[in-house]
Design a protein around this ligand. Structure first.
Ligand SMILES: Cc1ncc(C[n+]2csc(CCOP(=O)(O)OP(=O)(O)O)c2C)c(N)n1
Ligand SMILES: [Mg+2]
Length: 597
């Protein structure tokens, strides 16, 4: 057994586990392991952004692109407190990262040394972080590290992936012991669960009986890398597919059977299909409020009138919002493979769905006719649809979009057509601002040969503008498209819609007469050493984006977008007790008969 410092045990374990990066920020608490990472710098790379939030968003996005985790490193106290929000984001979007946090020396526990949190318990950072990680481990001796490391990484990657915390007191980095290095954790998807033969037979019975089936795919399909199986099943069975944001691209969204996202900011054909379906097969999707029109019947779904097959690796998701007719605890790819072999045996005739597919086709054409003209309008400031359309026409199918939060994201959810899985990264469940601008750096490190474009609002970008410095320091050529509408417009729109049109604290103004204000984002970027262009006319956007991507260096486009054009709602969203609005396009449908037998 070699004698090693605790910090060496950790860094050697990361290297053995093929973790190529630590995204970390220094503090007195973690200098011990920084020194070890210096010794190992040929085998593991430290990237040090200017804010811990950025480090964790980068790790989250890195995982989403490659399905391989990296680690973050933060110091004790405030530095580690800065990763709470991005960890919550990663947890709610099922993204794995190993968050190594430092703590005070064990010999000083409970004496209130510099940066200890100890009001209720010694070195109590695990209690701060507890709700936002799958588990927190706090090894207090070097000989506890091997087990903690193996358990932490296994927990992070098994079942539904998510962030895990390893909280390490200062002395544990420094002290030595004789240790046996633990075995690296199994990779994501090394273990897969499946349905029982009876469950599969029951599912296929329901599927073959259905006259109006739809599949609803979520992040679980992306995470289990089931795109090929999904596509084969969908083509064989001719069942249309609705996607949650993080499931997008598991079926090429230019496929005629792809209906897009559902809910208020979804596409009309998806909501029409969802509310008229007689069977929904939900795979790795969780019916959150935004993809279920806040669970109000008739806008997106009509359970229990509609039958539900719900498949997930996480038992907490099965039946959380809608009790399934068949609930299956299984990995998405395994389940789809099982469906493929069962349907192959039964050789179904698919003209049974002719009438349903004709309805779906009619909804798609209606929607297309409604939206198309706006995609072609040239204007200044630029119409939102135009920004989406120009990105779509400039970017190659394997380009990666790292999206931030806000009305800009609503437009992308409604209209972006992801061609491949893991190409549209969304800050979805927790919707923390800054993920798009910061995550893009991690996404680019994960896919250095593909264009990575951050779609970020002016509000989001201004939360993490120091990403510019990191891109320059490490030469990470991402392109930021700053969707500049001079305000926190998604929230402004709630005020306009629900609070008598009174804007307060949601637009960016300067001075007594409220002149619209924002920094000159392009100048800001140039000040940091990043090339930049301000785009105010739609005619200039395509060329600017092409140029930025070709430049193959960090680039920022400050794109002035019309704040007064709103995405057309096709479902609903409710914040009780305020009343919701009816869809702008399409309408609620409530079947007037008893639940289907
Ligand atoms: C960290 C964080 N703070 C606040 C919010 C609430 N919030 C959601 S969207 C939004 C405004 C986003 O503004 P911007 O980036 O300019 O996007 P826009 O809606 O204008 O397109 C805010 C404040 C949040 N989701 N995350
Ligand atoms: Mg804005």
């Amino acid at each position: 057994m070699p004698r090693m410092k605790g910090a060496e045990v950790i860094s050697e374990y990361l290297i053995d586990s093929k973790i190529p990066y630590v995204f970390g920020l220094c503090g007195h608490g973690n200098v011990g392991i920084l020194d070890t990472l210096y010794q190992a710098r040929d085998r593991i790379t430290l990237v040090s952004p200017r804010h811990e939030q950025v480090a964790a968003h980068m790790a989250d996005a890195y995982f989403r692109v490659r399905h391989e985790p990296v680690a973050t490193l933060t110091s004790c106290g405030p530095g580690s407190c800065n990763i709470v929000m991005p960890l919550a984001l990663a947890l709610s979007d099922s993204s794995a990262l190993l968050a190594i946090t430092a703590n005070v020396p064990t010999s000083q526990f409970n004496r209130s040394p510099f940066q200890e949190i100890n009001k209720h318990f010694q070195a109590d950072f695990p209690n701060i972080i507890r709700p936002v990680v799958k588990r927190s481990f706090q090894p207090t001796r070097v000989d506890m590290l091997p087990l903690a490391l193996r358990q932490a990484t296994t927990t992070m990657l098994s079942g539904r992936p998510g962030p895990v915390n390893l909280d390490v007191p200062f002395n544990v980095f420094q002290e030595e012991d004789d240790v046996e290095m633990p075995r690296p954790a199994p990779a994501l998807n090394a273990q897969r669960s499946g349905a029982s033969p009876d469950e599969i037979a029951a599912c296929v019975d329901l599927i073959l009986k259905a006259k109006r089936p739809v599949i609803f795919v979520g992040h679980g399909v992306t995470l289990s890398e089931a795109s090929r199986e999904l596509t084969e099943f969908v083509h064989r069975m001719q069942i249309p597919v609705i996607s949650s944001p993080n499931g997008m691209g598991t079926l090429d969204m230019t496929d005629p059977l792809s209906l897009g996202f559902i809910g208020r900011n979804g596409a009309y054909p998806a909501n029409e299909a969802g509310r008229h379906a007689d069977l929904v097969i939900a795979i790795g999707a969780r019916f959150d409020d935004r993809s279920a029109s806040s669970w109000m019947p008739g806008y997106s779904w009509n359970f229990p009138h509609t039958k539900l097959i719900h498949v997930d690796v996480d038992p907490a998701e099965l039946g959380r919002n809608y009790p399934p007719d068949i609930g299956i605890l299984a990995d998405a790819r395994t389940f789809l493979r099982q469906l493929l072999s069962e349907t192959e045996k039964r050789s179904p005739k698919r003209d049974a769905l002719k009438a349903w597919l004709a309805d779906v086709g009619a909804w798609q054409r209606e929607w297309e006719k409604f939206i198309k003209p706006n995609f072609e309008i040239h204007a200044s400031p630029i119409r939102p649809e135009r920004v989406v359309a120009d990105c779509q026409s400039v970017l190659p199918p394997d380009a990666i979009l790292c999206c931030d939060v806000g009305v800009n994201h609503n437009w992308y959810m409604q209209f972006w057509k992801a061609r491949h899985p893991q190409t549209m990264l969304n800050s979805w469940g927790f919707s923390g601002m800054g993920f798009g601008a910061a995550g893009a750096l991690g996404a680019k490190l994960a896919a250095p040969d593909r264009p990575v474009v951050s779609i970020t609002g002016d509000g989001c970008f201004a939360m993490v503008p120091h990403v510019l410095c990191t891109a320059v320091e490490y030469n990470i050529p991402v392109v930021w498209v700053v969707w500049n509408n001079f305000g926190w417009v998604s929230i402004r729109d709630i005020q306009l819609g629900m609070f008598g049109g009174r804007e307060h604290g949601t637009m960016f103004h300067a001075g007594a007469n409220k002149t619209p204000y924002n920094p000159d984002f392009a100048a800001w970027a140039r000040g940091a050493g990043v090339d930049a262009i301000t785009v105010t006319k739609s005619e200039d956007l395509k060329g600017a984006l092409e140029h930025a991507i070709k430049a193959n260096k960090p680039y920022l486009l400050d794109v002035h977008v019309d704040a007064e054009v709103r995405p057309p709602s096709t479902g609903a969203w409710q914040l009780p007790p305020t009343p919701h609005k009816e869809p702008v396009f399409g309408k609620r449908y409530l079947p007037d008969i008893a639940p289907a037998k």
